[in-house]
Write a protein that binds this ligand. Structure first.
Ligand code: AMP
Length: 512
């Protein structure tokens, strides 16, 4: 089934529901949204020769036209290639070329640099803010979306590995339908009056979350800043109301800091789904204290988008269960449509309490990597997705992540999970942020090294943190050294770049 059918049906049932909202201004109701997408779909087919299975790239900042372009491409049976707007034009051009996209939608920033590159000569480029885009949407519309099977690709998402070129993850209409329906079962409900607020990039998982809101004919709101601004988000809570947003843990941290400083309570924000990186126990406890029961956690990856485990609102708020702390530090339990296993090196299931690689099987798991059979065969084995994440299940099925396999520190032959050390350091009142990595060491193989961002205006020294760790974790897990920094290097989704921290250590020689 073509996902665009959800838009088509929503428009027939709720034509007058507000659909596309820019800042505080409604630009289209569901009837107009569907009409524009169906027109664009027809124009892509008739004027740009797009056939089912073709790829259409989008290299754009968050804007409401992004959603029109996405559904227009789906109407025509094409898959979209969402390109991270923060990429260098050369990186973006590589993705456009690798995907074989024949058409590109862009916004001036960041697209202009890309258009000058020779690789782009054969690609038709359409400015989402230009008149030509409006004219395409006004084309005589397709009566219905082109037929698509569950196995047909709709979203070719490039994931940046730690080495080499990014790989195109082939996500199908069936994958996204499974993700969306499971969302209703495990994460949250959506109602027509709700508003999906796009504070994180639409080119990533946060953008995929539009489909549940289309299905329920809810509003899609792109904040005027086009991105993440805590004051603006609280403002939308109050003025737009019934807001739903996806936020990476660093965004949650910034919302909480802003709320503490400004007295904001989160009024009008219905749900904040967090995920995409580790949320520390101390941070989520504080977030619930300050902003209330608005949080749900998901764990997923590009290869099983937004859909591996979930920690429900009730579980996030539970302070009564004897093991609520462990549960809150976990990523929750398997989402309804996936099987989850901790695998040994051969993929055999390990018992509760044992650490191993997280394997996932089920409807949301990707079809494979685009034109990359070796990588596909390495990652999809015997029907299981090998996530590259390490974790541990408890007796009740709660999954705790133990870092990605490459992040584990092996010191004197013992595995140390940076996350545990980070959790311990974060319970110190003077620590604002922290990231722990392994430093090469001739004697131990690696030793534990902590980068610490102290809270504003405090004096903090390594001795104080060492004493704190002695009270909280095994001696051998304590950082051997610390470096105090003003901020941690992060990518544009707010994930700490451990590779960059390792490079900072190398640049400073063995003494850090
Ligand atoms: P990406 O494919 O870019 O979305 O990155 C996915 C990776 O982010 C996963 O494989 C995990 O390592 C990490 N991740 C995603 N969600 C969570 C979460 N809730 N807690 C901790 N790490 C997460």
């Amino acid at each position: 089934m073509n996902l665009a059918l959800w838009l088509h049906r929503a428009a027939r049932l709720h034509p007058e529901n507000p659909a596309l909202v820019s800042g505080f201004e409604t630009l289209a109701d569901y009837s107009a949204f569907d009409r524009a997408a169906a027109g664009l779909g027809a124009a892509l087919a008739n004027e740009h020769g797009i056939r089912p299975g073709d790829r259409v790239a989008i290299f754009a900042k968050n804007c409401v036209q992004y959603l029109v372009a996405m559904y227009g491409a789906w109407y025509a049976g094409a898959a979209i290639v969402p390109v991270n707007a923060k990429l260098h034009p050369r990186e973006a051009a590589w993705i456009v070329e690798n995907s074989g996209a024949v058409c590109l939608f862009y916004t001036r920033e960041p697209g202009s640099g890309l258009l000058k590159l020779p690789e782009m000569e054969a690609v038709s480029a359409i400015d989402l803010a230009g008149e030509a885009f409006g004219a395409l949407c006004d084309h005589a519309p397709l009566a219905e979306p082109v037929e698509q099977a569950a196995a047909d690709m709709c979203w070719l998402f490039y994931t940046s590995g730690t080495t080499g070129r990014p790989k195109g993850v082939m996500i199908t209409h069936g994958n996204i339908q499974a993700m969306a329906l499971t969302y209703f079962a495990d994460v949250d409900s959506v109602h027509a009056g709700d508003a999906a607020l796009y504070a994180a990039p639409i080119s990533h998982g946060a953008g995929l979350y539009n489909v549940m809101h289309v299905l329920k004919a809810a509003r899609h709101v792109v904040p005027a800043s086009g991105g993440f601004d805590p004051a603006e988000i609280f403002d939308h809570g109050r003025r737009t109301g019934s807001v739903h947003l996806f936020a990476a843990p660093t965004m949650v941290r910034r919302l909480v800091d802003h709320a503490r400083a400004s007295g904001e309570t989160g009024e009008g924000i219905r749900t904040i789904v967090y995920g995409g990186g580790p949320m520390y126990l101390a941070d989520i406890v504080e977030a619930v204290e300050v902003l209330g029961p608005r949080f749900v956690q998901i764990y997923g990856q590009g290869e099983s988008p937004m859909c591996i485990t979930a920690l429900s609102r009730e579980q996030v708020n539970d302070r009564g269960h004897p093991r609520w702390r462990e549960r809150l530090a976990s990523v929750g339990v398997a989402q309804s449509c996936v099987e989850l296993r901790i695998g040994d090196a051969d993929g055999k299931a390990l018992p509760p309490g044992a650490s191993g690689e997280i394997l996932v099987r089920g409807a949301p798991v990707m079809a494979g990597y685009w034109n990359n059979p070796e990588a596909s065969a390495q990652t999809l084995r015997d029907g299981w997705l090998w996530t590259g994440d390490l974790g541990e299940l408890d007796e009740d099925g709660f999954l705790t992540l133990k870092d990605r396999s490459k992040d584990v520190i092996i010191s004197g032959g013992t595995n140390i999970y940076p996350r545990e050390v980070e959790e311990a350091l974060l319970t110190h009142a003077k620590v604002h942020e922290v990231s722990v990595i392994g430093r090469p060491d001739a004697e131990w193989g690696e030793t534990v090294f902590a980068f610490v961002v102290p809270a504003v205006g405090v004096d903090l020294d390594a001795g104080e943190l060492d004493r704190h760790c002695l009270d909280a974790i095994a001696r051998f897990k304590r950082p051997k050294d610390y470096r105090f920094v003003a901020e941690l290097p992060k990518n544009n989704y707010g994930k700490v770049l451990k590779t960059e921290l390792r490079r900072m250590l190398e640049d400073n020689g063995v003494n850090g």
